[in-house]
Design a protein around this ligand. Structure first.
Ligand code: NAP
Length: 329
């Protein structure tokens, strides 16, 4: 095979680029912004492998312009930015990075839960604004975490890791899943339907993939069905929540608070109404952001490319039924 071209849309952390360079000619986007669509379409045209980020849209248009593409490898576990069915139809395996980020994202979910439910943002503002006078018995009461009921929407890898943490906080865990009889391994967690979860949970963590079924799952109706003291944590993808409805629910006190790693849109403009709300705790998609985890993700994404270019099954494939093509002579 002629030396393969590997298009990389953002410099990954660690030594992934060095690894990829041993596999082929790396075409690395080094611009400050997300690789513009026009550049992506132009530079993928003669690529054999695409090392993508969750901000890159891999769709029919892109695939139709890259006839030699042998693999798409996303440096994320979520793959809502990729038309996986279109890739499968073309025999293109799609790699992603499950497992290596699970525990780190679950930590983030718990951090957001505590920060939002216990009103840390208001506390930080209070100190910074010089309003901290005497010790106040009534100051900034939040909601209890320990002993409360946690509702997990989507008990997959990350949802289960959140459930394990909840057990340590003495929480009762309820969850939804499309599969009947899904269960958290070695954990007491009760499967309920979505309506019961909304009505019963003291706090909710969203851990589902973004799909047609989960898009705006938390709309005005769902938010209105939550407890008025409940905290909503989103570590999935921003569009599982209708942002306008969330702003209205937080502003009116219809729900207690929100802890958001992901929002719609991303990036959130600095003048977005969400950021004016004291009961919204928003961070910029930091779920997996530790050095060890991001480097592990970068390496796994490179491993996926190495396997596909060698004609071997990917270590982490979204569409494992697609067998990588043997490398041409
Ligand atoms: P996973 O293991 O595939 O878990 C997803 C779970 O969601 C599955 O157990 C699935 O169970 C459930 N599910 C899917 N559709 C559902 C629906 N309509 N209603 C209820 N449950 C549903 O994936 P994961 O590794 O835990 O990751 C989950 C998502 O988190 C990713 O897709 C990604 O979008 C997001 N994520 C975000 C970050 C971040 O930085 N914030 C990092 C990593 C991942 P059933 O099949 O039984 O329904």
């Amino acid at each position: 095979m002629a030396v393969p071209k590997i298009l990389v849309t953002y410099r990954p952390p660690g030594a992934a680029i060095e690894r990829l360079s041993r596999l082929g000619d790396v075409d690395l986007w080094t611009g400050d912004e997300t690789m513009p669509r026009g550049d992506l379409l132009a530079r993928v045209a003669d690529a054999h492998a695409l090392y993508s980020m969750l901000t890159d849209r891999i769709d029919e248009e892109l695939l139709s312009r890259s006839p030699g593409l042998m693999v798409v490898s996303n440096m994320a576990v979520g793959h809502d930015n990729i038309d996986v069915a279109a890739c499968s139809t073309r025999g293109i395996p799609v790699g992603h990075t499950p497992d290596v980020l699970t525990e780190t994202v679950a930590d983030t979910a718990f951090g957001l839960l505590i920060a939002a439910a216990r009103r840390f943002r208001e506390g930080v503002d209070y100190v910074r604004e010089g309003r901290w006078g005497r010790w106040e018995p009534n100051l900034l009461w939040g909601e209890e975490i320990h002993g409360s009921t946690l509702g997990i929407v989507g008990l997959g890898r990350i949802g289960e890791a959140v459930a394990r943490r909840a057990a340590g906080f003495g929480m009762r865990v309820i969850f939804t899943s499309r599969r009947a009889g899904a269960a958290a391994k070695n954990l007491a967690a009760t499967q309920v339907d979505f309506a019961e979860l909304l009505a019963t949970a003291d706090h909710i963590v969203i851990a589902v993939p973004l799909s047609e079924a989960t898009h705006h799952m938390f709309d005005e109706t769902a938010l209105a069905a939550m407890k008025s003291t409940a905290t909503l944590v989103n570590i999935s993808r921003g569009a599982t929540v209708d942002t306008d409805a969330l702003v209205a629910a937080l502003r009116s006190g219809r729900i207690g608070a929100a802890g958001l790693d992901v929002v719609d849109p991303e990036p959130l403009p600095a003048d977005h109404p969400l950021l004016d709300l004291p009961n919204a705790f928003v961070i910029p998609h930091l779920g997996s952001s530790t050095a060890r985890t991001r480097i592990a993700m970068a390496n796994l994404a490179a491993d996926n490319i190495a396997a596909a270019l060698a004609g071997r099954p990917l270590p982490a494939s979204v569409n494992p039924e697609v067998i990588p093509r043997p490398p041409p002579d």
